[in-house]
Write a protein that binds this ligand. Sequence first.
Ligand code: AMP
Ligand code: ZN
Length: 473
Amino acid sequence: MSMKLYNTMTRNVDEFTAIDPPLVRLYTCGPTVYNYAHIGNLRTYVFEDVLKRVLTMDGYKVKHVMNVTDVGHLVSDNDDGEDKMALGAEREGKTVWELAEFYWEAFKKDMQRLNLIEPDVWCKATDHIQEQIDQVRILEEKGYTYIIADGVYFDTSKLDDYGKLGRLDIAGLQAGHRVKMTEGKKNYTDFALWKFSPADQQRLMEWESPWGMGFPGWHIECSAMAVKYLGDRLDIHCGGVDHVNVHHTNEIAQAECALGHEWCNWWVHGEFLTMAKNEDSDGGKMSKSSGEFLTIDLLVKKGYDPLVYRYFLLNAHYRQQLAFSWDGLDSAANAMSNLKRAVLEIRSSYTGGEQPLDEHMQKFRDAVNDDLAMPRGLAAMWGLLKADAAPAEIYATLLEMDKILGLGIADMQEDILDVDPAEIEKLIEERKTARAEKNFARADEIRDIFAEMGIEVMDTAEGTTWRPLRGRQ
Ligand code: AMP
Ligand code: ZN
């Protein structure tokens, strides 16, 4: 089966070919572990998961590497400001190492809840300091670097094709930038490969290097670790669209200058999740550093199955911006409930021996292989549910489609409420008292207990009512 995939480098939907079939070497930029991933970040990981599943369905063996950024990602993408990890550690009274461990675990839990297949290799930036130093040394030996008071920098003017991924107007950027440049930087687009620790202060994370005590720049970890685990040519590199102009542009400069040849064939970027402008939100961006963002935990607390969010995402094409709203999520919850009802109706006749229905599978495969057209894939799924065929065959086909959709079809269950209603009433009373006494900590605790129990409590003019969580399986 051949797949068409948009390539940011060519600005075209091209026929995908692997360098060394059936192997596909896939690198995806992973989380910066200073806070929870927000549902915008997770949109990017869901699209990458779908890509990986489609490649696997097409017969490829995907080797997937994902990094974990636990040092060097500064508040500004222009190598200025504090390290996000140090700020996070200060905010939470943890060491940077504890912080990284905590949020990496939280990220893995989010992955599980969204049915994201884990990468074959996880690699943490701080476990690969030597590899990063080695790559900087190669760049230095080849004459691409210069040293200033603040660190070792990459001289982007040494490359004819710097900025080719984003088709950057380098002269325009150089002339028109408004941000003050770090003292000594030669060109606006130059970036740090190794930053020096301040002379008068010990950093929370710092290492010896041939250039002095310091820490790696943010971009070097990805090019160094990708080369270590996937060799000197990549098939596909993914991330969110915000990475095109800076992070991925700089990864390309580092890797191609160090290796001496082109590095990666396919650059694939997911568009952003934004907030819809409505009574709940002013609209616009979600920001992890400002702390104003939605998480999977929050969706669960509000009563949504995380897979409802996965469905919500699949309903939009990965290259189009998607505005999040609670109404939108409710529609996805309804769709999931309908799907579950259909699944529970047809599953009982399934023996395990039935074959998927060719015609429906073909429609589905055509859609997902056409630059991951998941809305069309979902339409094919709903079409299947109306098919004039034996229920067991429909179910067999659904299971096959779910290898890409990842909606947990095989695990869908009747809503089972394993709680005692008297206990719920008691807690509702206790919450009322806590609120009256302004004991909001206890009221919040009780809200969390309800979420754990899998029920949603609603305060209405007629009093407080409750029901099983929406879209819960
Ligand atoms: P970070 O943890 O900040 O390094 O980001 C992790 C991933 O999420 C990167 O691939 C980003 O490009 C992506 N990303 C950040 N914000 C959004 C958003 N609002 N929507 C979709 N992807 C995003
Ligand atoms: Zn990266």
